[in-house]
Design a protein around this ligand. Sequence first.
Ligand code: ADP
Length: 634
Amino acid sequence: MSVETQKETLGFQTEVKQLLHLMIHSLYSNKEIFLRELISNASDAVDKLRFEALAKPELLEGGAELKIRVSFDKDAKTVTLEDNGIGMSREDVITHLGTIAKSGTADFMKNLSGDQKKDSHLIGQFGVGFYSAFIVADRVDVFSRRAGSPASEGVHWSSKGEGEFEVATIDKADRGTRIVLHLKSGEDEFADGWRLRNIIKKYSDHIALPIELPKEAAAAEGEEKPALEWETVNRASALWTRPRTEVKDEEYQEFYKHIAHDFENPLSWSHNKVEGKLEYSSLLYVPARAPFDLYQREAPKGLKLYVQRVFVMDQAESFLPLYLRFIKGVVDSNDLSLNVSREILQKDPIIDSMKSALTKRVLDMLEKLAKNEPEQYKGFWKNFGQVMKEGPAEDFANKEKIAGLLRFASTNGDEGEQIVGLAEYLARAKEGQDKIYYLTGETYAQVKNSPHLEVFRKKGIEVLLLTDRIDEWLMSYLSDFDGKSFVDVARGDLDLGNLDSEEDKKAAEEVAKSKEGLVERLKTALGESVAEVRVSHRLTDSPAILAIGEQDLGLQMRQILEASGQKVPDSKPIFEFNPAHPLIEKLDNEQSDERFGDLSHILFDQAALAAGDSLKDPAAYVRRLNKLLVELSA
Ligand code: ADP
């Protein structure tokens, strides 16, 4: 071995230590994946070299076929992986193999429970990468040199995967990275040609460059040891260039794990080749589980971009809208230039038309999933529903399609699970129902028992119950679906259209007329607190209710704006009362103006509470109520 200089010992970042610990303890039942992870990294490193060499051919240092070699030594109990990719400098090694750069990592680590089964799921979402080497090795040596750097700038990294690692500068003649795994005792099964070959076939067949293993050659006459011959063990062609019919599900799944750094199989995928004015292939995947950083602004998103089979960049964000940021995949274009940059991508009209086609592909894929695998779609919705709800605001052109993919809780007895689609809702709508009714609120329990639903319950009309923070905002972008408009049942003067019979309407009018006096008296008593007072025909059990003005902000939007420190326009509710309720009858007969005032304020405050709102003057409410209680017991 060459001379080592500038040797130093450094500590791993805390998060790395946690990850190492967790991995070793939760992935032992799946240990062979270390090879997939290391091959995946090597393949990325070769992709990067190929791309950088377009502009700087000297990085190829006189060529050499790009490849990955895996070898082993039964006696020394080692497995070695070598690639002639981009390689790493001393600084690269220290940052890449000593820290984790992903945003939100520290928070992620806090979520770990110590329960190995749960944590192994979590760690799958996180992706383990290089550190998985320590599942099978108790020492890992990395020898690397960055392409284009002099031989004297090689680096040797070594660690036992505990608290620290060593780095030293070495001479390394050839560029790229060699990783030597010193297998733990009991793990020597991996120092075996058949075992390695099988693992590579199983997990890495789709890797687009040759992965070579030594051939088991017999020694030639007169030689003690046979000369090492190599053979390629994988298919070594880009998976997305192959015809769909020839790619097995398992291959699609393994390819997904490689590009997405995910542990689990994807839920669904869509593989397409487009020919004509534009030529490109795409392979898009829906993950089974939301990544831990789905809501982190800086979290990686976007597709892997290739131009004529050459890898150009990761996280190309311009090909899909933000609300589909969870989609993973590759797009390989024949029309873009190899030196395309992120800035160019943002402006190129070719990208716009690819983006709308790819968006449609994803939405079609989701539609298919919803239709053919409703159980799987439920899982999808749990993981990504909140993000899909950003869709109608961002993607006007596909509003109707996205709306069809939304899932809601409803009064249909689903215990708050978001499983009702709009098509399903309309399919079982009442005869004559030409509206989609919904109610927004803070919690399922609150909306489920809301007095606003009384008339709907009576008439057996289903109402969608929307309790996600962004629901009211979402609904402000949706006006109709399949020609039927949405109606917020807490808003305006509820008009049930054909669902009310002519007799109902006539009776309601008569009642309203007979209560005109009470309406006036209430207006005077409630004064500035209300925009309007009227007789309600949506109540059966409750005495009164507050409706939101047609154009006013709802409670959720008001709370969101207030929380973000914005000024919320003042709006007053409409007070509707139930003329048939005994309390209202009592009120109507109340002679004392003082008691009438107290009682109407109590009814007003109660209606606000039932709607989940807070009281402007809670102390006044308590005082009035107690006054009444005292009178009662007197
Ligand atoms: P990830 O691949 O998810 O970024 P890893 O922990 O697997 O995380 O690797 C960390 C980084 O180390 C990689 O992003 C890459 O920059 C570098 N790296 C790992 N293996 C190699 C390799 N064979 N050649 C060059 N760089 C590598």
